[in-house]
Design a protein around this ligand. Structure first.
Ligand code: PLP
Length: 399
């Protein structure tokens, strides 16, 4: 593995420099995030669901339009070029070598992928994952009838930490990790992830590292790709990623998995076949290939925008921020520090500030008393958010 940084490179921005400073109207697109916030009625700003109120890469729009013009929308086969593109993406952006044969190109979202991976892993023991953690892991384990245990994250002055040794109880089971962490935006260190991979392998379990926020790692931080840092334990490790999350295209279900273990790959493909799913969906491939081929400069500009938004929000909210984000666009805040009741904080923030957040209780037992705010917003909307928070009672004091 090389040590190339995986944040934006010098000269980022360019043609996209002011793209995220302009208002971006999602009206008429059936946005789930806006629907949750009453369509923005009464000036409510949606900061809940994890997609971006920012325009995606023009290359993806162009590729979709080009493909749509050809009126054959029949069954598709998997284009092996997609695997090479994934490998090249990891080499160029993360400085890690991915064998194209590890890559599975999946025509469904990461949530479905985790569920099907669990089916393919067939854990005999418990499924462990940290708490707080995006609600999907618990939901998926419940739906699959798998016993699971939520392991509380530890916190120090720098934010959340992975209590690696606490995962040793995953004997013959599985560990699910969101890396970088949703909801806090924490980028786990290479040492944490490689130690976790070792603990998991020693317990005869499998680590599924959900890295859908990994390509959104902020400048100055480095995201450890689990299958790369797991070393000799990589056969018991899976990395899951999605251009849907990175390039704001989650409405077109797609993701990809890096699965070094050939037998597990084969089992996953078999499980998929049982649901009538196969690699290489029509829209999935169009979006994935366009994003990975041409989306880099757009992503660099996006990351600069997100890092600036993060600084403005954390500067205002100070100690209320539980862990300063190092990736993505999610801010995990202590409701009480904002003067909000720990139970019912979401409703109180909505009423006082017209900001619609995600309730911490949706993130497992470790989430009570917190709110998650999605700050992937155009600059003028972010300014309104800051203004409303500043005016909220009790007063938020800048640090
Ligand atoms: C870490 C993580 N994994 C998986 C998902 C699920 O993505 P989807 O619902 O698009 O499958 C999300 C969505 O926010 C997520 O943040």
């Amino acid at each position: 593995m090389t040590t190339a940084p995986n944040g934006p490179r010098p000269g980022s921005g360019g043609p996209y420099d002011r793209l995220f400073d302009r208002p971006f109207d999602r009206g008429g697109t059936g946005s789930g995030k806006w629907a949750r916030a009453g369509g923005g009625a009464g000036g409510v700003i949606p900061m809940g669901l994890a997609d971006m109120d920012l325009p995606g890469p023009p290359a993806v729009a162009r590729a979709l339009a080009r493909r749509a013009r050809h009126r054959a929308y029949g069954y598709t086969v998997c284009d092996p070029a997609g695997r090479e593109l994934v490998a090249r993406w990891y080499r160029d952006r993360h400085g890690v070598e991915v064998d194209p044969s590890w890559v599975l190109l999946l025509p469904f979202g990461p949530r479905t992928a985790v569920r099907l991976l669990l089916e393919a892993v067939r854990p005999a023991g418990e499924v462990l994952f940290p708490t707080p953690e995006w609600g999907g892991f618990a939901q998926l384990c419940r739906a699959a009838g798998l016993p699971f245990r939520e392991v509380p994250l530890v916190r120090d002055a720098a934010g959340h930490r992975l209590p690696v040794a606490a995962f040793a109880g995953c004997r013959d089971g599985a560990v699910l990790l969101s890396s970088p962490h949703n909801p806090s935006g924490r980028v786990w260190s290479e040492a944490e992830v490689s130690a976790l991979a070792e603990v998991v392998a020693r317990a005869g379990a499998v680590l599924v590292s959900d890295e859908v926020h990994g390509d959104l790692t902020h400048p100055g931080h480095r995201h450890p790709v689990a299958v790369a840092v797991a070393g000799r334990d990589r056969e018991r490790t899976v990395t899951l990623n999605s251009v849907g999350k990175t390039f704001n295209a989650s409405g077109i279900p797609s993701c990809f998995a890096l699965v070094p273990d050939a037998a597990l790959r084969e089992r996953l493909v078999g499980v998929m076949a049982g649901y009538g799913l196969w690699e290489g969906g029509l829209l999935e491939q169009v979006v994935q290939q366009a994003a990975l081929r041409e989306g880099g400069p757009w992503l660099d500009a996006l990351l600069a925008h997100l890092a600036a938004a993060r600084d403005r929000l954390t500067g205002l909210l100070g100690g209320a921020v539980r862990s300063v984000p190092e990736a993505s666009y999610l801010l995990w805040v202590d409701a009480a520090a904002l003067g909000l009741p720990p139970d019912g904080a979401r409703a109180a923030l909505l009423e006082r500030c017209g900001l619609e957040a995600s309730d911490g209780a949706d993130f497992g037992p470790g989430g009570r008393g917190s709110l998650r705010l999605n700050y992937a917003l155009p600059t003028p909307v972010l300014a309104t958010v800051l203004e409303r928070l500043r005016r909220a009672e009790p007063r938020v004091s800048p640090v």
